[in-house]
Design a binder for this molecule. Structure first.
Ligand code: PLP
Length: 288
């Protein structure tokens, strides 16, 4: 069963459910004309409300970075509950929360909506993994500090460059991308965080290298610690990925996928550890 999407508008007067087949966004919305807004993707498994604190914290950090009003957590939580309730029961729902600067020439009221629809089925890719290429993102790893207007750690709606990178990967015959900084560090994927295992140490680049602070990465650290690994943030040299014991790209809806080939060269894959990590991530999403 898939069911049709549930769309809720969050307006000053409250939450309003609208027809997903009808247009809802003005062509003069700053989100449409400039990608000037922020979003979050929430994975809802078996209709269970996932933990939201880390996600709301990040939405607020994104709002602060873009000088948008801070969000009303209670209202968003209510909207999320209503969307889960209103949607046909499915194993996995992907829910997008979006907030834009509102309409050009308007009174400054942000446009806010929630879209809930069945998640793409990533079961196979979680098992098989992905091939990836490294692509230069064109910034140094300290660019965020000196140029906060680049919005490097914010989850904003301008994902056109991320999509362009994925198309470039496809042109090169690969499934995904690991961005690198001009100073040679591995950063993140266009829609995922990077985890690298070397022996019993699992590392991820820290958010101050101009990347999104991943909620899945944070949950994954808990998994690795529970298994006796040391999990920590550290600068990861792109050149060192080739001899890692494992490389994963992790994100909320797709969860953890192993990178089995990087820039055309094979990487080791531990299928059992990846499956256990994915079970952990799914259980964490169901835990509230
Ligand atoms: N980095 C980027 C650029 C992303 O777009 C995403 C998710 O969309 C992530 C990392 C992973 O974040 P999360 O694990 O919170 O989904």
């Amino acid at each position: 069963m898939t069911g049709s999407p549930v769309v809720l508008l969050l307006e000053p007067s409250g939450i309003r459910r609208v027809d997903p087949r009808e247009p809802q966004l003005a062509v003069t919305d700053w989100g449409a004309t400039r990608g000037d807004g922020i979003f979050e993707s929430v994975s809802v498994i078996d209709g269970r409300m996932p933990p939201l604190d880390a996600r709301f914290d990040r939405l607020e950090a994104s709002a602060r970075a873009l000088d948008l009003p801070l969000i009303d957590r209670a209202l968003w939580t209510e909207a999320l509950l209503r969307s889960i309730d209103a949607h046909d029961p499915v194993e996995r729902l992907a829910v997008t929360l979006a907030l834009t600067r509102g309409v050009e020439g308007g009174d400054g009221t942000p446009t806010a909506w929630l879209l809930a629809r069945p998640a793409r089925d990533f079961t196979d890719i979680r098992r098989t993994g992905v091939s990836a290429v490294t692509l230069d993102r064109g910034y140094a790893s300290d660019a965020a500090e000196g140029a906060p207007w680049l919005l490097l750690g914010a989850k904003h709606l301008s994902y056109a460059t991320n999509s362009a990178a994925l198309r470039e990967a496809s042109r090169r015959g690969a499934d995904d991308v690991i961005f690198t900084s001009t100073d040679g560090l591995a950063l993140e994927g266009p829609t995922s965080s990077l985890l690298v295992r070397r022996g019993d140490i699992v590392e991820s680049p820290s958010a101050d290298s101009g990347i999104l602070a991943g909620t899945t990465q944070s949950t994954a650290f808990g998994f690795f610690e529970s298994r006796g690994f040391t999990a920590r943030f550290a600068p990861i040299r792109a050149d060192d990925l080739a001899d890692a014991d494992a490389v994963w790209l992790v994100s909320s809806v797709r969860q953890a996928v192993a990178v089995h080939t990087l820039d055309g060269r094979p990487l080791p894959v531990d299928g059992e550890l990846t499956a256990a990590l994915n079970d952990w991530l799914a259980n964490a999403a169901r835990s509230e």
